[in-house]
Ligand binder design. Structure first.
Ligand SMILES: O=C(O)CCC(=O)N[C@@H](CCC(=O)O)C(=O)O
Ligand SMILES: [Zn+2]
Length: 335
């Protein structure tokens, strides 16, 4: 296999490849763009106009998605997968991946849409670099732009695989993309209702891509991901890459949709979350439940019918999201 197919190995070793560009037997060009960043370009005659950004390892301990991207890259470098799409592979936080930690100093996925400019340190620099790589990649006009940012979650979930769909004022969520996610194995989608600071929020809001954070199961170390079943996603990604994707049906086929009722923000060290440590994502909370307390007698009480909690985490830094309360919604405003 071509050396550049081993992007993960290079990234784990913190090494630069000797050759920065290589061609597969089918004339697919692989170009190393920097640490954890590789562009794949099909021969011009085969290019179908799709630009696909696949990122993983924005959180360094979320290894199943990293292994999936590694498999896809091996397939391309070995000539078994024959791309018609142009692809950018990104491993988000190499230093954290090497250490098997979510982050080193700060969560990269809270530093996009300019937030890195207000900060310093290696993770702020990395977020800036990821924005630049994505902007250059998606800078070619009149091409289809799609970004999947692959994650696994800290805890188990009542809904194992789901997507988060960013929000931009005046832009409608796409039914076609929801159908594509369903075909890729996602059971639910959370439709965001305000701008955000995540990687997909950046590519969606600033670069015009259709962009999704995919949550694919529970985070475990490398080699221990048997319980994370990525078969449907992998099949769909190969089809997108090879340009032979079956048209997804109009119907969303049981896909559950949620909207954000409220984000729970931790304001101080006095923040206290009243949930069991092992609570699963999408657990239902009844109306009137005292969810959290913070300084100055701030109380978060559940007021919404059918509310569920995702990503509860009282250990986040002050000022950051310590959980999201979501409610079921219907797909009435889709493009
Ligand atoms: O399990 C958790 O608490 C966090 C899992 C995770 O990393 N989720 C992403 C979601 C990004 C988004 O809101 O689109 C994150 O928190 O960065
Ligand atoms: Zn993550």
């Amino acid at each position: 296999m071509l050396a550049l197919g081993k992007l993960l190995e290079l990234t784990l070793a913190g090494r630069e490849p000797a050759e920065k560009t290589q061609l597969t037997v089918d004339g697919v060009r692989m170009r190393w763009l920097g640490e954890g960043a590789l562009e794949v370009r099909p021969p011009e005659a085969r290019d179908n106009g799709m630009d696909l950004l696949l990122s993983a390892g924005i959180h360094g301990n979320e290894t199943a998605p990293i292994e999936l991207l590694d498999d896809l890259l091996h397939g391309i470098a070995g000539g078994e997968i024959k791309p018609r799409a142009r692809i950018l592979f990104l491993f988000g936080n190499p230093e954290a991946i090497r250490k098997g930690e979510r982050y080193i100093e700060q969560d990269v996925n809270r530093l996009f849409n300019g937030r890195h400019e207000l900060s310093s340190g290696s993770e702020a620099l990395r977020a800036c670099e990821l924005e630049r790589l994505a902007a250059v990649f998606f800078g070619v006009p009149e091409r289809v732009r799609l970004h999947y940012d692959l994650h696994t979650a800290i805890r188990g979930s009542k809904i194992e695989q789901f997507a988060l769909y960013p929000y931009k004022d005046g832009r409608q969520h796409s039914r076609r993309e929801l159908a594509r996610l369903r075909a890729a194995g996602m059971e639910a989608v959370l439709l965001q209702s305000k701008a955000s600071v995540t990687f997909t929020a950046y590519t969606y809001e600033q670069l015009g891509a259709e962009a999704f954070t995919l949550e694919l199961g529970k985070a475990r170390p490398f080699g221990q991901n048997e319980q994370v079943n990525l078969d449907r996603l992998e099949t769909r990604l190969k089809q997108i890459i090879e340009g032979n994707e079956p048209e997804a049906p109009e119907a969303l086929d049981g896909l559950q949709l949620f909207s954000v009722a409220r984000e729970i923000i931790k304001h101080s060290d006095s923040f206290h979350l009243h949930l069991p440590a092992d609570i699963e994502n999408f657990s239902e909370l009844s109306k009137g439940y005292l969810l959290a307390e913070d300084l100055a007698n701030t109380r978060w009480i559940v007021e919404e019918e059918g509310a569920r909690i995702i990503f509860p985490n009282p250990k986040v830094k002050n000022g950051l999201r310590a959980g999201i309360l979501v409610v079921p919604t219907t797909p009435d405003q889709l493009a």
